[in-house]
Structures are given as C-alpha cells and as structure tokens.
Design a protein. Structure first.
Length: 352
C-alpha cells in the first residue's frame, strides 16, 4: 500500500513539474544570466608545472623499507637517513617566507610585453581583480585604513624579522600560488605555479625549481664548503711559508757555495730541513684541499628534470561552463522542491 501511494505521489510530482514548464524556463534563463554575471568577471588563470626526480643515492635504499611499510599503513619516517632536510620536507621548505622572498625578487615579463618588473611588484600592482568582489574587499580592508602603517621603502630588502602588512600579503599570495608536492614512494617532486599570465606562470615555475635545487645544494654541501675554505686558507699559508723557506735556503746556498766551514754547512742543512718540512706540510694540506673539493662535488645533489616548465596555452580556470551548468541544475532542483512542496509535505506526512 505504501509502495502504491509512493508511486502515485511520484507521478503527481512529475505532472506538477510538467505543468510548470514556463516557470522552469524563466528560472533557467534567469539562473543562466546570473551565473554568467558571477563567473565571467573572474580573471582567467594559468598553471605551469615542473616535475623533478632528485638523486636520492643511499636515501632511496634506506627508504625502501619505509616504502614497503607505507603500503601497509605504517610510517617509519625518513629522518633515519641522517639528512635533516629529506624530500618529505621540500613542500614545507617551499612554503617558508625565505623561499617566497627569493621568488619575489625574480624578474618577470608578461606574455604581451606590457609588464616588465619584479614578481613582487607584479603581484602588488598588476593583478586583475574580481569586479564583484571589490566592494567586499574594500569593506574588509576598511578597518586597516585607520591604522597607522609603516610603508616599506622602494628598493630596500624585505626584513623577514619584521614584515609589513603589505609584504605579508604579497608573500602569502606567493605561497598560495607556488605549491610543491612529493610522491613518497618514488621521490618525484611536483612544483606547480598558478598565475593570471601564462608566461609569468612558466617563469616562476622555472625559478622555483632552480631555487629549490640551489637551496638543497647549499645545505648538503655547506659542511664540505666550510672545510674546503678552511683547507684553502691553510694551504695558501703553507705555500707562502714553503716558498719563503726555499728562497732563504737558495740564497744562503748560493752565497756560501765555496765555504767549507762546518758551521756554514750545518746552517745550510738546517735551512734545507726546514724547507723540506714546510714542503711536506704544504703537500699534505694540498692533498686535503683536493679531498675537500672532491667532497663538495660528492655531496652536490643531482636533480633530473622529468618535465620542464612551459608556457601554458589554455587557461586552467575558472571552469565557466561547468559553473553555469552546476548553477542551472541546482536551480532546477530548488524549483522542483518549490513547485511540489505541498505534495512532498503530504508524502512525508503519510510516511510519518
């Protein structure tokens, strides 16, 4: 009996919807116009991405067990590799203010050539605004207009310890636009940049890739470079001392070539021994210098670029037709509920 009643109710709903075709037509046209007014002023944006495969070396071998464990839902961590900045931290590294500041200094040029400035100034002055959102943005920023602001001087470096409100907003935009993700099983790094200009999106994607490589290289070679500079200084001093001892020995030997006194010969031997000691010291330090240089090269990571940054041809969004279609479908569903509200109320009343 309940099934029959439900069937009759459903047919009644269908008849009610069919009899309201004019209303549905009006709702469809109105919703289409409103949806277009909402979505079409939204600025188009483009997406450029880079895919990197870092040279993991022993890290991949040590993480093989972690990869197997992760497939079973266990996380053994990656800190056991001994590397303080392991790949899982790359996204967090790119999300720091330091990284964003380095990107803000990058020189960018728009695809039409009308904009030629730094990425910071581009985000500050040349971003297209959503027209319908301007009044709401103005209202949100209104309280801040009454506060006393400290303006940053043009051309000065950003003080990361004390950012201005403007600088914090720009760095926030950079962190939002530049994203990084990592495949924990393969170690592949994905860097993606979203921007209103396709050429600038590709430029920042390439800059972000190089900045990440440079940061990781500086970190992993830091100790080796310090050792290299230390041995370089010692080697230069040892070389100077050796050359000075050699000149003293050579000058004394030439000046006393025909002298047969033992005292002169003894002093000559002392100078020769001192020269030999300084040469041995110089030779040993030079060997350590070359080893330190080799260590720098050994610790320098190699990144294989799987996908280079390229200028996108088609925009990544907004998906305007999808939005309009979704709004129309939603309007139809709401209209059905409105037209059949009495039938649905009766149906639910009977069910109770």
């Amino acid at each position: 009996m309940n099934t029959k009643n439900n069937q009759i109710d459903i047919l009644a709903v269908a008849r009610r919807v069919k009899s309201s075709k004019i209303l549905f037509l009006k709702v469809t046209v109105l919703t289409f116009i409103v949806a277009c007014l909402i979505i079409f002023p939204v600025p188009r944006y483009y997406n450029s991405s880079v895919v990197l495969a870092p040279e993991m070396g022993d890290i991949m071998g040590k993480n093989s067990l972690s990869s197997i464990a992760s497939s079973f839902g266990f996380n053994l961590g990656s800190s056991s590799t001994g590397d303080a900045i392991y790949p899982e931290l790359y996204p967090d590294l790119m999300n720091t203010n330091d990284f964003a500041i380095n990107l803000s200094k990058c020189h960018v040029k728009s695809s039409d050539g009308t904009i030629n400035t730094t990425y910071y100034d581009y985000l500050l002055k040349y971003q297209k605004q959503y027209i319908l959102g301007v009044p709401f943005k103005w209202l949100l920023e209104l309280p801040g207009k009454f506060k006393k602001k400290t303006a940053a001087k043009v051309g000065t470096d950003i003080n990361i310890f004390q950012l201005t409100e403007e600088q914090e907003n720009i760095l926030g935009l950079i962190r939002k636009s530049v994203t990084c993700s990592l495949d924990p099983k393969t170690g592949v790094i994905y860097i993606s940049v979203e921007d209103q200009d396709p050429l600038i999106a590709a430029t920042i994607a390439d800059k972000a890739m190089k900045e990440l490589q440079s940061t990781i290289t500086r970190y992993r070679t830091n100790k080796a470079r310090i050792d290299y500079e230390y041995y370089k200084k010692l080697t230069a001093e040892a070389k100077y001392q050796y050359e000075r001892a050699r000149q003293l020995y050579g000058g004394y030997a030439d000046a006393n070539m025909d002298v047969v006194l033992e005292s002169y010969k003894a002093k000559q031997n002392d100078l020769e021994n001192d020269m030999q000691l300084k040469f041995n010291t110089y030779s040993a330090l030079n060997t350590q210098l070359q080893q330190a240089l080799a260590k720098v090269q050994e610790n320098t990571p190699a990144f294989t670029t799987i996908k280079e940054a390229s200028v996108p041809i088609l925009p990544a969004g907004p998906k305007r037709m999808v939005f309009v279609f979704f709004m129309v479908i939603t309007a139809w569903m709401v209209t059905i509920l409105f037209v059949c509200r009495d039938l649905l109320k009766t149906l639910f009343t009977k069910g109770v």
